[in-house]
Write a protein that binds this ligand. Structure first.
Ligand SMILES: NC(=O)c1ccc[n+]([C@@H]2O[C@H](COP(=O)([O-])OP(=O)(O)OC[C@H]3O[C@@H](n4cnc5c(N)ncnc54)[C@H](O)[C@@H]3O)[C@@H](O)[C@H]2O)c1
Length: 387
């Protein structure tokens, strides 16, 4: 079997490559990336606070640790000729598509970034799907990590991809959940979801849409083996995700900044469980359906999360950074009671390694402490510039 993993250089991609290699040592894992994430973070004046190595050094270290079946091709997935070349050369049985511009705030900077984000996401997705079809690889399992952000923040329980709708005459149907995302990035992921459903409907290509929640954590079992195997860890306003940014704030005693009321609820999953579940989805396969998983383990109210993180800092470091409310730079619902179904997802994942962020926090801080100087160096990137 050949597994094509796009976005291999990314925060989730690299740990997933190592886990895939561990789980499928006899198969071929072909990673693709154009190193755009390194460039985008640099453009925003920041860098991964956990130093990351070049792909060449990563692969060398991987081989030394027994992950011997990963190879790499550099290229841009928005280029159909490039996509055709890798698909026709490698004829993958599985495509695990993680490549995207993944930052909502970056997509909101200006029109150029909004259009770029949508082009990058939609063209990469459509190029891969069409290239598979045009090369006769219609049984290839296409898996893409989209986002729970597609669902917006409705006051109803969010099913895994679908919602039952009843009209005024009492007729009912189960329909794809509408794309009510709140950023140009999040909306772009809804296109990918619709394209997968369409390709499945038209030719029966097995497509799995993994609605990824906010991923947190600094390492996985495999990336922790060697500093050359580390994955990136961003703390800046544009690319750092919530828990990870707040952990960096705790290290340097910077107040935990809450956007708006803090009454928003957000879903989370650890990096370890993210990568493990993606490997399990590959292993499970898909019998020609369009399947959707809500890839999350818990959901919490932001205000509550800040309070227990603040309290933990006091317990661990003897000082609490405090909590600061700042005007919400995002246009989003300030309050919602929404909740998610994730039963199908948990059936695939099994028991999560990290049941809660609260439980995992000391372990993340312990590892992050080593990079205190780098966090201080990028301290001014932690919060939005215009307030
Ligand atoms: N990390 C999260 O919290 C989270 C949450 C929800 C969804 N996701 C989604 O999961 C996927 C992986 O996220 P991540 O955090 O690892 O992001 P990431 O930016 O670290 O990884 C994406 C990788 O794709 C590469 N890439 C982007 N555009 C490309 C192109 N046109 N051609 C080739 N390579 C390209 C980037 O260089 C990067 O290495 C993304 O699709 C993201 O939107 C992530």
């Amino acid at each position: 079997m050949t597994i094509l993993l796009t976005g291999i250089d990314g925060y989730m991609g690299w740990p997933t490559a190592l886990k895939l290699s561990q789980e499928f040592p006899e198969e071929r894992i072909i990673g693709v990336d154009n190193f755009a994430r390194r460039k985008w973070v640099g453009e925003c004046g920041s860098d991964s606070v956990v130093p990351i190595y070049s792909m060449k050094e990563r692969l060398k270290a991987a081989r030394e640790h027994g992950f011997e079946n990963i190879s790499f091709v550099e290229g841009d997935l928005t280029n159909k000729d490039f996509v055709d070349r890798i698909i026709s050369t490698h004829k993958p049985e599985v495509v695990l598509h993680l490549a995207a511009q993944p930052s909502a705030p970056y997509s909101q900077i200006n029109g150029e970034r909004a259009v770029f984000t949508q082009k990058n996401t939609v063209l990469s997705n459509a190029n891969l799907l069409w290239s598979l079809k045009e090369h006769g690889l219609t049984d290839t399992h296409f898996i893409e990590t989209t986002t729970t952000g597609i669902y917006g923040a409705p006051n109803i329980r969010i099913g895994e991809g679908f919602v039952k709708v009843v009209d005024e005459e009492g007729n009912s149907d189960v329909l794809p959940f509408p794309n009510i995302a709140s950023s140009w990035y999040h909306v772009s992921r809804g296109f990918g979801a619709a394209n997968m459903m369409l390709m499945n409907m038209q030719i029966g290509m097995p497509c799995t849409d993994v609605r990824t929640s906010i991923v947190y954590g600094i390492a996985t079992e495999e990336t922790a083996l060697d500093e050359r195997l580390a994955t990136r860890y961003d703390i800046d306003f544009y690319f750092g995700t919530l828990f990870n940014r707040w952990c960096a704030m705790m290290i340097i005693n910077h107040p935990l900044t809450i956007y708006g009321s803090g009454r928003q609820i957000k879903p989370f999953i650890s990096l370890e469980d993210t990568a493990t579940s993606l490997v399990k989805i590959v292993k499970k396969g898909n019998e020609g359906k369009y399947e959707v998983y809500n890839q999350l383990v818990e959901y919490v109210r932001i205000k509550d999360m800040a309070e227990w993180m603040n309290h933990t800092a006091e317990k661990l470091f003897g000082r609490a950074p405090g909590i600061e409310y700042i005007p919400n730079p995002r246009k989003e619902k300030e309050e919602s009671e929404y909740s998610f179904e994730n039963e199908n997802f948990l059936k695939v994942l099994g028991k999560p390694k990290h049941e809660s962020m609260q439980e995992t926090l000391p372990e993340v801080l312990e590892k992050l402490k080593r990079y205190e100087d780098r966090i201080r160096a990028y301290r001014d990137r932690l919060i939005p510039k215009k307030r």
